[in-house]
Design a protein around this ligand. Structure first.
Ligand code: ATP
Ligand code: LTN
Length: 328
């Protein structure tokens, strides 16, 4: 049987954090053997809000390096940078011309992100989900593994693909979002009512994948909890619930075992143990990252190979798209 195709993207808008790892990257690495995979550093999405050029350049490389460090392997997966494959911008334009504005007005992420920027908000930020649809549709993607926040964007992509197919014939595969049952929304440490996010200004809110052990201990020690005592999976107590969920995801223990383990213990114990589990889980990834970024030219070579492979598939799809629309 032919393997199905997986596509997912990640922004270079800051340092990767535990939410990106547990909600996305770790699952990409685990499922890569069953599928054909494309993983893309979406730098064109990143510039929909202002970025400093030198920082952006460095972050693009860092994100790509962390994907490989997390175990995504070139034998199974094509890893590349979005702006290296021009077809992404080109298809986004063509899809713009069939996407109703009303569909984009409904996107909750745009509403949230644009609130911060008020009248400075760019056309690109509004159009962001159409570029995302282009990313996905270029590769005949069946599955899009993402965190919960991206569900609406993948559904929009499906609607755009359906509309296109209805007008121009069966060109696009209809993709589906794949969201992990636990870990799809890791919350911030200081504000557990909001998801952990790269672009969050308060840096102690997130555990970054390259944080040294002491920093991880410090951040978790300061995490918001509550004034109660018992340690149980109670969604109404988001701080403790979030710490327990992180512990669950990294130890693979059942909720019942975890509650028994922490029975009679204090929040201090909980925080110390969560910190140690996080430190141990990130250790191999950090070591691998330093190893591969220490090897001169390694990352650039991998990304160049990725761009060539992705580009071939994308060009073939663009031929079908432009022909079906009457542009060729
Ligand atoms: P930004 O803050 O710039 O929007 P981000 O941290 O939300 O960035 P993205 O690059 O947008 O990160 O997301 C990469 C992947 O990580 C996506 O699949 C997204 O759904 C997932 N993800 C992001 N934040 C979390 C989180 N807190 N919990 C689980 N998954 C997450
Ligand atoms: N919008 C996504 C990043 C992203 C993406 C994609 C995810 C861009 N293109 C294609 C899946 C498929 C985000 O902010 N996490």
């Amino acid at each position: 049987m032919e393997k199905k195709t997986v596509f997912s993207g990640i922004q270079a808008s800051g340092s990767l954090h535990l939410g990106n790892y547990l909600g996305a990257i770790r699952n990409w690495a685990a499922m890569q053997y069953q599928y054909n995979n494309y993983f893309c550093v979406v730098d064109l999405h990143t510039i929909t809000v202002p970025q400093d050029p030198a920082t952006l350049r460095a972050k693009i490389k860092e994100v790509a390096g962390l994907l490989f460090a997390a175990g995504i392997a070139a034998e199974n997966s094509v890893v590349f940078i979005q702006s290296d494959v021009k077809a992404h911008s080109e298809l986004a334009w063509l899809l713009n011309c069939i996407t109703p504005m009303g569909w984009l007005h409904r996107m909750t992420q745009f509403k949230e992100k644009s609130e911060k920027q008020k009248e400075e908000v760019s056309v690109g930020l509004f159009d962001y989900p159409v570029l995302q649809a282009a990313d996905i549709l270029l590769y005949d993607t069946h599955m899009v593994p993402v965190g919960e926040d991206q569900k609406q964007h993948v559904e929009l992509c499906r609607d755009i693909a359906q509309r296109f197919n209805y007008r121009y014939g069966d060109v696009f595969v209809l993709p589906e979002a794949h969201i992990p049952p636990v870990g799809g929304r890791v919350m911030g440490l200081s504000n557990p009512e909001k998801k952990m996010s790269k672009s969050e200004e308060k840096k102690e809110d997130s555990i970054f994948l390259l944080d040294p052990p002491d920093q991880i201990r410090k951040k978790i020690k300061k995490a918001t909890t509550d004034s109660l005592r018992d340690i149980s999976f109670d969604e109404k107590r988001p701080g403790v619930y979030n710490l327990l969920t992180i512990y669950q995801l990294l130890t693979d223990k059942s909720r019942e075992d975890i509650e028994n383990h922490f029975a009679g213990k204090s929040y201090k114990d909980l925080k110390e143990q969560v910190a140690e589990v996080v430190i141990e889980s990130l250790k191999p990834l950090q070591e691998r990252y330093h190893e591969l970024t220490g090897e001169k030219g390694y990352l650039d070579d991998m990304l160049e190979r990725g761009a060539i492979k992705a580009g071939e598939q994308a060009e073939e799809k663009m031929r079908q798209v432009t022909e079906s629309m009457g542009l060729k």
